[in-house]
Design a protein around this ligand. Sequence first.
Ligand code: SIN
Ligand code: FE
Length: 295
Amino acid sequence: MDVIDGAMLDCEDMQNKLEMGELIFFKRCPFPLPTSEDLEFLLSQKVYQAKSVSYFPDSGFVNGYRGQTMEDEVRIRNILSQFSSRATSWLAETLPSYYSQMRFGPLRFRIEEEKGRKNVEPQYSGSVLHVDMNGDAPTHGESFLRIFVNINPVKPRYWVTSDSLGQLLDKWGDDVRVPNERMQGFFDDVRLIMNRLFRRSTLADSAYHRIMSRIHYYGKTNDYLQNRAPQRSWVFPPGSAWLVFSDITSHAVKEGQFAIDQTYFVPSTAFKNPERSTKSLIKRFWARRVSNEIS
Ligand code: SIN
Ligand code: FE
C-alpha cells in the first residue's frame, strides 16, 4: 500500500484521518531535530531505571535518568525540552485547534531496543497490539495525540497498527464489560477517598480511567485483536516521524531503538468531529451502564 507523506496533507485532512484512527506518516520529521552533537549524546545513553527517560514539559522534571555527571543531567533536560518546544510549535502551526485546547502529556525518550525484550509480560509490553491508556495520571476523557520521531540514524522503527477503538468496541461488545461494573465503581470511589485521606496518590480516580485501563489490558490478550484483526505494517526510517491518536488507533512496536515522542492530551471539544473522540466512543458504548459515572 502506498504511504501518503503527511507533509502533503492540510489541517482538515489530518484531523479527519487522525480522528478516524489513521496514523499520519512524515518521511522527514517536520520540525528540526537535535544537532548532531546532541544526537550523538542521546544515542550514547544506556537504559537506567526504565526503558525510557521521561520529560514533563509543564514542570521541567526529568524522570528515569542518571547521567555520569551533573552536566549530563542538565544537558539531557535541555535537549528534551528543546525537542518538546519544537514539536509543540509545529503542532501550533499545523493543527491549531488541537493545540489551543491541549494539555501537555509526557515526552519519552525511548532508549531500549524493542526487539526481543526479555521478561516482559504481554500486559506490560508495547509489542502486542493495544490502545494506549495513561499510566501516569487519569485523563478524564481527553484523547492522546502523540508525535513520534525515529532519531536512530541507521535503523528503522517497526510498528503494526490495526482496528480503531470504535471498531474494537463494536467487535468486542459486552465481552469487555465486567460483572458488577457499578459495584466496582463504588469500591473504586471508597478506595479513592481512603487514598486521599492518607494522602496516597491513586490512579483510579475516574470511571473513564478505569474503563480505559480495562480496554487496554483486555485488548492485549484478546484473540481477535492479536490474531484476526486486519494488520498494517509500518517501517519508520531514520529521521521520519508519525502522528497518531494512540488511544484511538491500536498499535504495537515490533523493533527499533531510540525514538522520542511527545504526548498531548486533547479534549473531545477540540475534535473536528467530537463524536469520534475517545470520550464519545466510550460514553456511547457504556451508555446503558455508566452514563452517569462519566461526566
Ligand atoms: C507505544 O506503544 O505507545 C510505544 C510504541 C513505541 O515505543 O514505538
Ligand atoms: Fe502504546
